[in-house]
Ligand binder design. Structure first.
Ligand code: MG
Length: 351
């Protein structure tokens, strides 16, 4: 069954059962029902349909990159995305910024008893659509698992653990390759995802609604690598730009000087950040990356970013310098302040 014909309605009629029960995770008839009626029609590919204990893959290269992440966002659906697009794009992006081409995904679902089957179906279709769109060809979701836990223990009903396998290039971009003098580029406005989810959760409405930036970064990462001069890339997820920069300062042993006025932040995101009392530098994105590029290649890299979908707002925001590993920000008021690593979690369950 193709997704386009399957997408019309949920393949398990409400008259059979409308909600997930504990037995759906029991490995028996109802588990088989979910696999045959939800996951196979939504994800359909040869490796999954073989239903072995392990999916069998043939990859031309032996240079493999692997990444794994879990997704616990609340609410499940938010402006600009849902837990399914988040899982696929989050996994694809970790491979892409590592210089790898995503080749296969696996998905483990933790479902809460009582979840509407229709919700699971919608999420599965979004995952499939995101996996089809993220790269030049569809990325198959080749393996999976389903567990069901008691009502009240996985609110709002669904969590996903996803692993991605990719074929990597050599040498891969990495923190160890960042050199003094590198330009630091960010691919677009920061903080959209975190503020979109928080605003949806708290029921805040703005004149222009905040949409998550959730998107695949594979094409942008490839375009950047093709310009030459890229030393390192990282996608900006939990902890936002600040966490990515702090981690990379630590692992490269360099000092990063950032110009606050150059870091793009949408007006509505800045307004939401003020309401929540959080610095946009710390807010998660799900479709932005930071790149460290040789100074001579910075203009070409910026041009490549801006030519990509979602990269229109890219900017050069600073440089790597000799000095002890730290991140310092030149504020809008001309003062220098350290940008520290987050202590504790400011925004729970946004990714
Ligand atoms: Mg990452």
């Amino acid at each position: 069954m193709s997704v386009s014909s399957a997408a019309l309605s949920c393949p398990i009629p409400k008259s059979d059962y409308a909600r997930i029960s504990i037995a759906h995770g029991g490995g028996g008839r109802l588990t088989q029902d979910l696999i045959r009626k939800i996951f196979l029609p939504a994800f359909g590919n040869a490796a999954l349909e073989a239903q072995g204990d392990a999916a069998q893959l043939d990859l031309p290269s032996a240079r493999i990159a692997i990444t794994t992440d879990s997704y616990v966002v609340r609410p499940l659906f938010f402006p600009g995305g849902d837990i399914g697009t988040l899982a696929v794009n989050g996994t694809v992006n970790d491979l892409a910024v590592s210089g790898a081409t995503p080749r296969a995904l696996s998905a483990a679902f933790i479902l809460e008893e009582g979840l509407e089957i229709e919700t699971l179906w919608r999420v599965a279709l979004s995952m499939r659509a995101a996996a089809d769109a993220a790269c030049d060809g569809p990325i198959p979701i080749v393996a999976g698992d389903t567990k069901v836990i008691e009502r009240g223990s996985a609110e709002p009903g669904l969590m996903i653990a996803m692993t991605g396998i990719g074929e990597r290039i050599e040498p891969a971009p990495s923190p160890a390759r960042i050199r003094e003098g590198a330009a630091i580029l960010v691919s677009g406005p920061i903080g959209d995802h975190g503020m979109a989810v928080m605003s949806a959760r708290e029921g805040l409405e703005f004149e222009s609604p905040i949409r998550s930036d959730c998107a695949p970064l594979f094409r942008m990462a490839s375009a950047l690598l093709a310009t030459g001069g890229v030393q390192c890339m990282r996608d900006l997820t939990r902890g936002g730009l600040s966490s990515a920069l702090n981690e990379l300062a630590e692992s490269s042993g360099l000092r990063f000087a950032i110009d606050e006025a150059a870091a793009p932040v949408r007006a509505e995101v800045r307004a939401a950040c003020e309401i929540f009392g959080i610095d946009p530098m710390y807010v998660a994105c799900e479709g932005r990356l930071v790149a460290f590029v040789e100074r001579a290649a910075a203009a070409a890299a910026l041009g490549a970013m801006r030519a990509c979908e979602g990269g229109e707002g890219a900017a050069i925001i600073g440089a790597a310098e000799a000095g002890r590993p730290e991140v310092v920000v030149l504020t809008r008021f001309g003062a220098l302040r350290p940008l520290d690593m987050l202590s504790g979690e400011q925004l729970p369950r946004i990714c």
